[in-house]
Design a binder for this molecule. Structure first.
Ligand SMILES: Cc1cc2nc3c(=O)[nH]c(=O)nc-3n(C[C@H](O)[C@H](O)[C@H](O)COP(=O)(O)O)c2cc1C
Length: 209
């Protein structure tokens, strides 16, 4: 199996909840164990942007997401915002990689300062201190200097910033195609197989000039 077997997936309150849901779906299909964290704001965004309303309590949310994605029992694990005993809260138990998608500018700032005020922030801090892969997918427009400084700082200490800005060279026909563009980029970075988006060069039909 290429890529990490266990992944922390955190959804925060930036627009683009579909990216997080689609990534969860892909990770489940690729037989990964997903430690799922979601902020209160992200639950509101999710209810605003999609037809999905998650149950509030972690246990009920886990049952819901297991059924929603068709995951096997225990494959999707949901932890609450102050569950400091969760595997992701410590270097000895944390999954091999973490993705925050979508990543709000608030959570971006908290990760950049090492705030650790909730499990999402702590899990990101652990991922950085353990020198594991941390992928952040921010969305805001325009970005302030503060947002850009936080992204620069995080990039310099090893996080990968993947802006939620799909390309159009694959000629998207639907919103799902746009969502898949960003999710495919995340999966490529994680070295997890995906067939949603050909790699660059595979579009090339040849030009002998
Ligand atoms: C519908 C909706 C859309 C939002 N879109 C964004 C956004 O695109 N980017 C962002 O950084 N914050 C956005 N926000 C604001 C964040 O949700 C808010 O700053 C929140 O405190 C973030 O908390 P969290 O980081 O704990 O999820 C949005 C809020 C709502 C309700």
């Amino acid at each position: 199996m290429s890529g990490p077997e266990r992944i922390t997936l955190a959804m925060t309150g930036a627009s683009g909840a579909q990216y997080g849901l689609r990534l969860l779906d892909c990770l489940v299909r690729e037989d990964r164990e997903v430690h799922f964290l979601i902020s209160k704001a992200a639950q509101l965004v999710l209810a605003t942007e999609t037809d999905v309303t998650l149950p509030a309590k972690p246990q009920a949310m886990q049952a819901f997401l297991t059924e929603y994605t068709g995951a096997s029992a225990g494959q999707v694990r949901v932890y609450g915002k102050e569950d400091w005993m969760a595997p992701a809260a410590s270097g000895s138990g944390a999954p091999g990689a973490m993705v925050v998608v979508p990543c709000s500018t608030g959570t971006l700032s908290a990760i950049a300062t090492g705030a650790c005020n909730n499990l999402i922030e702590r899990a990101a801090d652990v991922t950085l201190k353990e020198r594991r892969q941390l992928i952040l997918v921010p969305r805001e427009a325009p970005y302030s200097t503060l947002h850009l400084e936080n992204m620069l700082k995080l990039s310099q200490i090893g996080a990968v910033i993947v802006p939620a800005s799909p390309g159009f060279y694959h000629q998207p026909q639907t919103i799902d195609d746009l969502v898949d563009f960003v999710v495919a980029r995340i999966l490529n970075l994680l070295d997890i197989p995906q067939d949603m988006l050909p790699r660059w060069g595979e579009y090339h039909v040849g030009n002998d000039e």
